[in-house]
Design a protein. Structure first.
Length: 207
């Protein structure tokens, strides 16, 4: 029953929400608003469950002294201290919580984005090496697009900005739409598998 009851709830609510999308009746709208209210009430318990899971995972790593367990200790200390400062002094401007956000969280986010730029540059260098005909086409197209975005491209030739726009609006847009279509079909297939009870891995098992 531990698996059947959640499965029945997921399938039942899934079909109800699907019916609400395609049949916007007053009954379905009222049910949807009622469910939205309950979702807001349940969400704090989901946060508590996530925090408990975080503590269980990292305390296990610390107790077993797995490689790099020190980072788990730092994570738990930061979680406890940040939560305590938010509950104790609030989240307004000038509080310790906002000081942590502006002087710790924001610099770390900026650092991650700066490292991501180097990672993208490295990936682009590897991808743009003309080892095959496809890679050569990619290299030429990328060069035209990049030159078309800066004034230097127009100074070299007036055709470069126009070619850049054509590449972005025709082959690039067609590829993006194809990817979006594939993602949409994949999401639909996965949703149907969940609604029909075929996909059950979210219940904590492989079948």
């Amino acid at each position: 029953m531990k698996r059947q009851i959640p499965l029945i709830i997921v399938i039942g609510l899934g079909f109800l929400f699907a019916a609400h999308t395609f049949i916007p009746h007053k009954i379905s709208n009222d049910f949807y608003e009622w469910w939205q209210t309950w979702s807001k009430a349940i969400s704090p318990f989901a946060v508590m469950l996530g925090v408990m899971s975080l503590f269980m995972v990292h305390t296990t790593k610390i107790s077993r002294r797995v490689p790099n367990w020190q980072y788990s200790a730092i994570t738990l200390i930061a979680l406890v201290f940040t939560s305590f400062s938010g509950f104790m002094w609030g989240t307004q401007e000038g509080t310790p919580f906002m000081w942590l956000f502006k002087n710790v969280q924001m610099p770390m986010g900026a650092t991650m984005f700066s490292l991501l730029a180097f990672h993208i540059a490295s990936a682009a260098y590897k991808a743009f090496r003309a080892r095959s005909a496809e890679a050569t086409v990619l290299l030429i197209a990328a060069t035209i697009v990049m030159l078309g975005q800066v004034p230097l491209g127009a100074q070299i030739s007036k055709w470069i900005p126009e070619a850049s726009k054509w590449i972005l609006n025709v082959p690039n847009l067609a590829a993006k739409r194809a990817i979006a279509l594939g993602v949409g079909l994949g999401m639909t297939a996965t949703s149907l598998k969940i609604l029909l009870g075929i996909e059950r891995t979210y219940l904590g098992g492989g079948d």
